[in-house]
Write a protein that binds this ligand. Sequence first.
Ligand code: UDP
Length: 503
Amino acid sequence: MGDDKLHFVLLPFMAQGHAIPMIDIAKLLASRSGTTVTLLLTPLNHIRVKPILSRSSQLGAHIHVEELHFPAEEAGLPAGCENVDALPSPSLISKFCFAANMLQSQVETLLKKMMFPKQSCCLVADMGFIFAAEVSQKLGIPRIFFNGMNCFASLCIHHILTCSNILDTVSGEFEYFDVPGMPHKISFTESQVKAGMATPGNKEWREAMEKLMGNESTAYGVIFNTFEDLEHVYIRHYENVRHRKIWSIGPLSMFDKELAHNNAIIRGQTSSVDATQCLKWLDSWELGTVIYACLGSWSNLTAAQMLELGLGLEASGRPFIWVVGLRNIEWKKSLQQLMERNGYEERVRSARRGLLIWGWAPQVQILSHQAVGGFLTHCGWNSSLEGVSAGIPMVTWPLFADQFYNEKFLVDILKIGVRVGVKRVMEFGKEEEIGVQVHGDEVRKAVEELMDGGGEEGEARRRRVRELAEKAKKAVEEGGSSQIKIENFIEDVRKFTAKKAYA
Ligand code: UDP
């Protein structure tokens, strides 16, 4: 590859919520002229995305892959555990991050090979790879930081970390405090903000966040999966306070025009249900009547809490699709036992009102179906943005990480969501102790409020999210803000590498 093409080397983190948008970025960059794109993937993650990559190639956007050996066993994880969703227990997440950060020398060697004899390379690395800064410095290539959160959440985290010792002034976990430095009043509880890392105590949380933000500070710039019309206030603030170059190029799920309506397209994983059957089931319901519930690619609710969720969906009287997920075999067994004792699946099946998906769902396709009128989400940023893109209001059920910030953004700022009422972060390893936080009746109430419209307020909520969906569509069209940012991004990197080569 010793030509004058600009070579983007992408390093996605091995978790669906990080890898899916990164693969979308790879597709976008590969579809532009004058670029070469290589993804660095571990063997099992490579297998997962092969169908997406071959479809991209057929469409003329070829993406190269170089494989990395994932040191699972070396880090004390079971062999073959190459993705967060394969972890036997969420408490192993720190070991997983440790393993991912053992990839430094492999990444360095591959990059050196790609740079030979005279190729302009740019490393686009996920926020989870702390070593990326050292690699790019050593090799003298630009590094782009892919921030998987939105600007609002990142800005809150920045201010909480740097502007004061605000967390030392709150007396209890559930006491609200105002985030200093924000463009307007924003309040959180300590419990919600420490969800950033889902670890007990501030010290660990602070250290991890400081490392991550420090890594961002030394990058050439930052890519966000967001768009101008959604959060330009926070994008500008973030640019100013962090002195960062920002390219907001989302919603990434909307660039592939076929994705929403082509059941054959696989995104993330092969669906556990026949997508066509699932959409046929949706066809049998009227416009905007179905609630779709999914807590992302990786949730840690207990089986008892999951049953409450299911009971609430049932009690709402609405047709629903519930992505139960597939955490691990024991979890599945205990949830099935609880359901059997309750007669849940039997009732739901005979009422023909609920569709349960034990595994992976074709989420974007489901959200795009006209029968879907509400989305019960864990507020992962990709899911939140997919809800916005589909113009669907949301019931919010945050678990950990940036999800409480996203809940605030959806409910209080965009005003397109209804809280289910979660107070505590689902700390890893403390799930059983936390137990049931939200009862079925609270789920029912939130779903009813969202789906029955809640009078004028509900109508306004629906109108607002539809307007945002229109704006999202415009952002990814020719001449739209996100299209322009992608062009800017490639141009900026090209100029930067040319300057470096000249120097
Ligand atoms: N997703 C999906 N099917 C599922 C579960 C998740 O397609 O059954 C996709 C979803 O559309 C989103 C991603 O997985 O693109 C999850 O990312 P998000 O940031 O919402 O949450 P995370 O899984 O990282 O907590």
